[in-house]
Write a protein that binds this ligand. Structure first.
Ligand code: PEP
Ligand code: MN
Length: 270
């Protein structure tokens, strides 16, 4: 693969990224929370539930890159303040999306990990900006991107000086319409050959259907992923975004029990 230097495997040790007690790339990590931060009450209820179920990090969008300009765009600064409160209540570090290069520096004051979404994977000015901050970056795969294009985007971030990049497979567009995207689980072992960076899987956006998430999570664990990102809502029917793919807290708790069993079994195979 051409032009990939910093992200390339080279027989180097695998990168691990420490955020508080959590070490991404070492133990198996589960990131969970709502698609969007909707209110303080909603976020704290969900944060407490996912923490109780065993999640290691809280996710939630304050800036939502929506297909329609009329759809809920997120609470912005207010959403970030809510996430910071949810972190202080639960102790869970926070992952949130940043969509504008002008916001990167100040969003770092509220977020532990900055997420770059699928629509911005090749927003090179945004990539360079997150390459200049100390926070780890969760880089989602572009929905039309090859592994080479994706790894080049990670290279952009690392080339600016930030070595803390986590790759997140979230599905790609294909001719299939039953699922929202086609979750490319072969990306997981492929990336393990190509790069030393940790790889996590997001079956929520990868399938768009709550009923398929458990099977895809377990398949991701079996395929060697370093972690998962899952959308959870205490009342999916009322969610302001991505309601079809949100798990309830009970479904999430049952999923985590299965993930833990399977990942400890996987450990016995190594
Ligand atoms: C999200 O994580 O809520 C999101 C918008 O994801 P993606 O960029 O993968 O669509
Ligand atoms: Mn979402």
């Amino acid at each position: 693969m051409k032009n990939i230097k910093l992200v390339k495997s080279n027989g180097k040790d695998r990168t691990t990224i420490k955020i508080g007690e959590v070490e991404i790339g070492k133990g198996f990590v589960v990131i969970a929370g709502p698609c969007s931060v909707e209110s303080e009450e909603q976020t704290i209820i969900i944060a407490e539930k996912v923490k109780e179920a065993g999640a290691h990090l809280l996710r939630g969008g304050a800036f939502k890159p929506r297909s329609s300009p009329y759809a809920f765009q997120g609470l912005g600064l207010e959403g970030l303040k809510i996430l910071a409160r949810a972190r202080s209540v639960t102790g869970l570090p926070v992952v949130t999306e940043v969509i504008d290069p002008r916001d990167v520096t100040w969003v770092c004051e509220f977020a532990d990990i900055l997420q770059i979404g699928t629509r911005n994977m090749q927003n090179f000015s945004l990539l360079k900006e997150v390459g200049r901050v100390p926070n780890p970056v969760l880089l989602k795969r572009g929905m039309y991107s090859t592994l080479a294009e994706w790894l080049n985007c990670a290279e952009y971030i690392m080339n600016e000086g930030n070595p803390k990049v986590i790759l997140c497979e979230r599905g790609i567009r294909t001719f299939e319409t039953y699922t929202r995207n086609t979750l490319d689980l072969s990306a997981v072992p492929s990336l393990r050959e190509l790069t030393h960076l940790p790889v996590i899987v997001d079956p929520s956006h990868g399938t768009g259907r709550a009923s398929l998430i458990e099977a895809m999570c377990l398949a991701a664990v079996a395929g060697g992923a370093d972690g998962l990102m899952v959308e959870v809502h205490h009342n999916p029917a009322e969610a302001l975004s991505d309601k079809e793919q949100a798990l309830t807290p009970d479904q999430f708790a049952s999923l985590v029990r299965k993930i833990n069993k399977l990942s400890s079994f996987m450990g016995t195979l190594q």
